[in-house]
Design a protein around this ligand. Structure first.
Ligand SMILES: [Zn+2]
Length: 422
């Protein structure tokens, strides 16, 4: 079995879901699984690109569900690529191709590791596979799919999409996600006015400024009462694996960071962020006016166990004296798997065994994803991400997407070791 050759055949197939492609890639993987003795099928359901479902039942007590996606992001702008995105090319120890980092490479590395274990007769946990073809367009049909197939997907643990290496080159494990509450606040009066009326007229721009000032302190503390009531602050054990120098974060954001514990803050602090703000005249030159309209878009990034519905209620109550219109644009619940869970322990131990160093473990990603939804529909509380092939320079979603050949094989070894110790 030539691992890289098989990976390359997969990478050659254009599976850009945004352009309606994916079917051919799905068929390739189903055939690949079947050819290696894994039961697999395409499930169309309501999605345009089919789901791939696979199963290996070795009669074990526990079952691991593995999630990956086979679709990719559009490759444009093409002229920025040094090689053709659908002609996998090895250069200076790296493989260049669209999808090699996100997520086809990880899908294949894990799958090939499992095939190897099967051949060696060393697989001692049941495996279920779920490969999606619409992740890169926001998984629009995933919730419906989970609703209808929760019985079929039933498992004890879920291994998520694949977190690769942390910026300090240590293997990275992610045990959850932050949640989100996204709102827009609007303030209106009946018409624009000459600014000479300022002594007696209301100004929606000022109204908004005062409202915003009341939401947050200068150092980032959210002032909405009860906002922090349900926050689960990190334990010492959880902080131990966040030992990453702040210089990597400074590189990432292009700013100096004062806090020594920046990494802990990044993971554990919920926030109130202004995404966009508008009021009045912003054109050329001057216009003396009291604009009749102002609005702001705000995201609250939430941490376990904050509930976006509850936070919304607290917010509505708190800002009611300002008399603004409130529109909700999105709600996602946060999620966290315990660092002492079986899956987290198995990932940490196997990472140490393979890489010879402590992994970086994020109790939750600073970003948001649908983990809580998975946990809810599958009725389980052990979802973790790790065993990915990408690194901080993988340029996923961008041009010249790449991974190190060595990282590909390392991920295979990590997968085998993880399945041995779980
Ligand atoms: Zn992606």
């Amino acid at each position: 079995m030539d691992y890289l050759q098989d990976l390359f055949e997969f990478l050659k197939i254009d599976t850009t879901s945004a352009k309606g492609k994916g079917e051919e890639g799905a068929k390739f993987i189903v055939d690949y699984m079947k050819n290696h003795g894994i039961e697999a099928e395409l499930i169309r359901h309501k999605a345009r690109n089919p789901y791939i479902y696979g199963e290996i039942n070795v009669g074990a007590k526990k079952t691991l569900l593995i999630y990956n996606h086979y679709d990719v992001q559009p490759v444009e702008p093409l002229d920025k690529w040094n090689t053709d995105p659908f002609t996998p090319t090895i250069k200076e120890g790296k493989i260049f191709a669209r999808g090699v980092g996100d997520d086809k490479g990880t899908l294949m590395a894990r799958l090939q590791a499992i095939i190897e274990l099967m051949k060696e007769g060393k697989l001692h946990v049941n495996i279920k596979f779920l490969y999606e073809g619409e992740e890169e367009i926001g998984s629009p049909n995933m919730e419906e799919f989970l609703k209808d197939y929760s019985e079929k997907l039933k498992a004890d643990y879920v291994l998520w999409e694949g977190s690769g290496k942390a910026p300090n080159n240590a293997p990275q494990i992610v045990l959850g996600v932050k949640g989100l509450l996204y709102v827009e606040l609007r303030k209106r009066t009946s018409k624009d006015l000459h600014s000479m009326y300022a002594p007696i007229a209301q100004n929606p721009a000022w109204d908004l400024v005062y409202l915003l000032r009341s939401l947050r302190t200068e150092d980032g503390k959210v002032l909405v009462p009860h906002f922090y009531d349900k926050v689960k602050w990190l334990s010492e054990e959880e902080k131990k694996y966040l030992n990453i120098d702040k210089k990597y974060l400074e590189d990432a954001i292009g700013q100096n960071i004062k806090d020594m514990d920046a990494m802990i803050k990044l993971v554990s602090n919920p926030t109130c962020n202004i995404d966009g703000i508008y009021a009045g005249y912003t054109g050329e030159g001057s216009k003396t006016v009291i604009s009749s309209y102002s609005f702001v878009k705000i995201d609250f990034r939430l941490v376990p166990d904050q509930d976006p519905d509850e936070i919304l209620r607290y917010l509505e109550e708190y800002i009611s004296p300002y008399n603004v219109e409130l529109i909700v644009h999105g709600k996602v619940r946060p999620y966290r798997t315990s660092i002492n869970s079986e899956i987290a322990r198995a990932l940490i131990v196997s990472a140490k065994n393979v890489y010879g160093q402590d992994p970086i473990v994020l109790p939750n990603s600073p970003g948001t994803g649908p983990m809580e939804m998975i946990a809810r529909y599958l009725k389980l509380n052990q979802i973790a991400d790790g065993i990915g092939v990408d690194y901080y320079g993988s340029n996923i979603h961008s041009f010249n997407e790449n991974i190190y050949v060595d990282d590909y094989y390392k991920a295979m070894s990590w997968m085998k070791e993880f399945l041995r110790v779980i």
